[in-house]
Design a protein. Sequence first.
Length: 275
Amino acid sequence: MIIARTLNELEAARAGLGPLGLAPTMGALHAGHLALLAAARAQGLAPAASIFVNPTQFGPNEDFSRYPRDEAGDLAKLEAAGCALVWMPAVAEMYPPGGATVVHMDGPARLWEGPVRPGHFDGVATVVAKLLGQVRPAAAFFGEKDWQQLQVVRRMTADLHLPVRIEPVPTVREADGLAMSSRNRYLSPEERATAPGFYAALREVAADLAAGAPVEATLAAARDRLIAQGMLPDYLALVQAETLEPLAVLQAPARLLAAARLGPVRLLDNLGVPG
Ligand code: AMP
C-alpha cells in the first residue's frame, strides 16, 4: 500500500497503478468506508482511499477540530482491506495560498442539509472536484448513507463534465439497523440504545407510504414519534430521489431523507420508497 502525502508523491504512485477506484473519506474508518473499497475492487479497479478532514465543509460552530482522527488505525484497516493507494494531503497541500476558486452548488444542495449547514455542500463539491483532479480515478465511490451528498457530487461532476464515473454504495448498518458513522462513538450508552429507532421509523414510514398512506400526515406522525423517543428531527421528508425536491404524493423514484439530533450527534439516514 502506497501512502502519498504530497502531490509529487501522488503523481509518482499513480504511474505504477492501473485504473483507480477512489473512496474519498475523512478518516475514522469503519466498515461503511471499507465497503467503498470493496466496490472499487469488484469493478476491477485498484482500490484507493483519500483521508482528508476538509475544513471548508465544516461551519464555524461545527466539529472540525474535534472530528475523530486516527491515522494509525485507519492505515491498518486500509492495509488489511487491500487498499493500493492512500492519499492523505495536508490542508496546505489541498488549499495552497492564492487559491481563488470555489464550486458553488445549487439544485440538490438547496434543501435539507443545505440550509442547516450553510456552505457545507460548496465545501464538499470543491474538495471532491480537487480530489478527482488530483487522483484522476476511473470511478469514485460514495456511500448512499449521505444521499444528498451523493446527488450533489453526481450533479457537480456532470455539470463540470468531469471524466469520472460516480458509483453509489449501499449503506452499511450495525446489526440493529443504525447506519455506521464515525460520529456514533459520541453517543452515550443510553443514546446508542435509542438510535436504532431512527432507522426503524424510516422503515415504518416507507412501508406505510408504499401501502398508500397520505404523505404529509404520515411524515408528521413519524416526526412526533421520533420526538417522543428523545430525538429532535431537523427534517423527515419524502423527496424526488435525484433533485431532492419534496414530493406531496408518492412518485418513483422517491427517497425518504431524515436528520435528527440525539444528544451530541446528528443522526442522518435515508431510504428508498417503492412507488
Ligand atoms: P465520511 O468519512 O463520513 O466523509 O464518509 C466518506 C464516505 O463514506 C462517504 O461517501 C460516505 O457516504 C461513506 N459512508 C459513510 N458511512 C457509510 C456507511 N455506513 N455505509 C456506506 N457508506 C458510508
